[in-house]
Ligand binder design. Sequence first.
Ligand code: ARG
Ligand code: ZN
Length: 472
Amino acid sequence: MTRISRTGRSPRAAAVTAAALAVLGLLAGGCTPATSGVRGTPGASGVHDPYFPRLGNGGYDVSRYALDLAFDPAAGRLDGTARITARATQDLSAFNLDLAGLTVTEATVDGAPAAANRAGDELTLRPRDELRRGAEFTVTVAYSGVPEPLTDPDGSTEGWLNTTDGAVAVGEPAGSMTWFPGNHHPSDKAVYEIALTAPSRLAALSNGVRVSAEPVSGGRTRTVWRQSEPMASYLATAMIGRYETTTGTALGDVPVVTAVEPSLVSATAALRAELPTLLARQQDRFGPYPFGAAGAVVTADGLLGYALETQTRPVFPAASFDRATLVHELAHQWFGNSVTPEDWQDLWLNEGFATYAEWLYAEEHGGVPARESFAAAFAEEANWAFPPADPPTAENLFDAPVYQRGAMVLHQVRQAVGDEVFDGLLRGWAAEHRHANASTEDFTAYAEAVAGRDLDAVWDVYLYGEDRPDRP
Ligand code: ARG
Ligand code: ZN
């Protein structure tokens, strides 16, 4: 395996310095000082992501979120309870959850009240009893308020977005903290149950399978969705509004739920009907579909500036609901959602694969061989702005090189190993890290193992190289 040192990447296991711990101690201030014999320390306030150092938290690992969210569209107000099941990975005196805005009204750990402090997007909870390393614990946080969307470093909007009659919640890379407290880094995947209570005249959708929909007080319905395979929090979604919902199946028995803004029903019908066929073809290429549910949501334009691969149920603004984008977001279900980046620097593993899925589709159905897509991408100046495995700043995370040069990396691997081996490599990569996390180094090592030789020539130019060579 080759390792090329890269700039801007802090080691994952970097020790939390004494100074940082002292700061954390202060942030969690107002709590009783540790008594002698107590060994626990506060969990870190971030997991050292090179682009978002404060995302995620140290000291525990979440296995399950149960979110109970009541939304009042007229007031734009959200009342939530998050019930989080986690395991301590160190002796913990306190730990953080990421939460932006909103007011925390009550917090418990293992049923006992926990002291809660807010500082920026960090919610620090100090349990009455310290948590021992390895112990499973349950946190509940009750909260409410009018959620505020986030503006990303690249200027796009994410998080909980209120619409005229409902809301759309999306979270790549950081917006999920605007609607529920959690360990909001892709490295901590968990299963989810998301209950949405909203006026009964509105549809309420989320990830996974719909398990129930019951009337509750005030002319409202509580709809429960269950995402039983692991999910990174940036892929969680909630969509409440006037949608036309259609149900069906794909891949034999996988329930499909699509929802579309009423004015877009007929314009989107033909493409929506293709979803099962597109999924079936991707399953042939990429291996077993990773989830027990599928679908899509098409919203009116003017709210979201991009489509997003929200798990099992990608969301599209009307303007981007086209076949290439649908192929792209469906491919993310394997690459990104099932095989999830270890941190945000590895995002090309999502976007390069999803873009390559578009090239494969164009090769099969559009009469455009992948080598032509590659040649066009090679010729495009913008794709050489920076190496896809090392975007210069968070502002550049979703720029062209991550998508296009990411796909070029895969095409070069295909050139190196041949079509047949490459087909197996796509399936093997999806299988090897199914429902887990993977890094760029995992990928280069995997590809080299499959190739039976080093692929430095590919990595040096396409993954890490600054400049375009004279020819491919
Ligand atoms: N992952 C989405 C896609 O490629 C794009 C998300 C863009 N998000 C952002 N904050 N710029 O389909
Ligand atoms: Zn994408």
